[in-house]
Design a protein around this ligand. Sequence first.
Ligand code: AMP
Ligand code: ZN
Length: 472
Amino acid sequence: MKLYNTLTRKKEDFVPIEPGKVRMYVCGPTVYNFIHIGNARPMIVFDTVRRYMEYKGYDVNYVSNFTDVDDKIINKANEEGVSPDVITARYIAECVKDMQGMNVKEATVHPKATEEISGMIDMISTLIQKGYAYVTEDGTVYFRTRKFTEYGKLSHKNLDDLESGHRKEKEAIKVTGEDTKEDPLDFVLWKPKKEGEIFWESPWCDGRPGWHIECSVMSKRYLGDSIDIHAGGEDLIFPHHENEIAQSEAANGVVFSKYWLHNAFLNIDNRKMSKSLGNFFTVREISEKYDLQVLRFFMLSAHYRSPLNFSSELMEAAKNGLDRIKTAVDNLDHLLESATDKTAENDGAIKEEINSYINKFEEAMDDDFNTADAISAVFELVKYANSNITSDNSRVIISYVDDTIVKLCDVLGIIARREKEMLAEDIEKLIAERQEARKAKNFARADEIRDQLLAKGIILEDTREGVKWKKA
Ligand code: AMP
Ligand code: ZN
């Protein structure tokens, strides 16, 4: 399996630190609003990387954080007159719903920055002890960037270019006042609280962490000092990931991550998504029009390192493509109902043909997760099945084609088998169980059943004559 490593700018063979195991960290969203479809891209593509690695037999430890302390969160909390944890709890729950809709597997651990503050204080203390960080008069702690001589190795930036960039930027915005940093390149590890803001106690001042330190700390805590893969959107290469490397390698004295993977951006109508341009969609908005499986299929129709343009035409194309696959599976399931156990002379040849599509799929995925080509291999298999598999084939062969389509789609996180509609008698059974639960005052179970039915599009109505149901 080859993957493109931003660090070396080359496709490299994947060799895990520990045979059979993958330790992977993906930078997650800042939770102050519904996630947008741009945020959904790394979630979907790196979930697919994970699924493919699991398909290959690796045991994947997948950690993805929620950034739940940030200026945008504090502003939103102030706007609504609530505390920041009300905002973050709300949007973490909404984000989890969206991830479920997109069939993104739950991470092994989903740490939150606010629950990892003591680890951050420990790492900052180590950095100070080792001379990689310093405290200024007001209690701000900065990372001493030039001391980490490999700074810039991920983004391939040169420190002097960066410094002159900083100077020009400052002149352009006419920054005045004292800068307490030793060097303009230094970045914040810990900063003093502002009036009315959330804060934690620390040896330096009451305050809160800078953004970058959280990922270094969570990655160390849940995956160890050295990990296999660190991933995120390409905007994170600099400064976020560059700073994470500096912090982690300075503190731990070992290579932080062997491979660095970055997805390109998702644009809308060939323009950068932005609130001010009004070309901005949340995943929730898309879910009103499409099954989120369609969004997932659309995202995977391009290579993760290519920019991708979101448009209704491409979403319609994804919807039709997905339908084609699902219909093929429906037809094969239907054939299986009346299939016989006979074997045919050409069974072996058909199996070989099917295996050739599996090989194509794996070759594409082994080549830096080329999901676009992997999807083409699935389409070719579907086409082959549509024109060659009939009721004349044996059960074994029909099942093999059917299961292969479903399995390859599952590697992409695509559910190829349509959910069968619930039968009236199953619905009635659940309603009766709900009534029993209510009688026993087990309201949690009663609500669970109502939600379970709702998820299948069944709405319950309490009437005088008892509980009635209808399809949404
Ligand atoms: P944020 O909440 O801004 O920290 O973003 C969370 C993740 O979404 C990061 O990995 C970003 O790189 C990624 N991301 C944000 N916007 C886009 C976009 N338009 N296309 C692709 N990835 C994005
Ligand atoms: Zn991060």
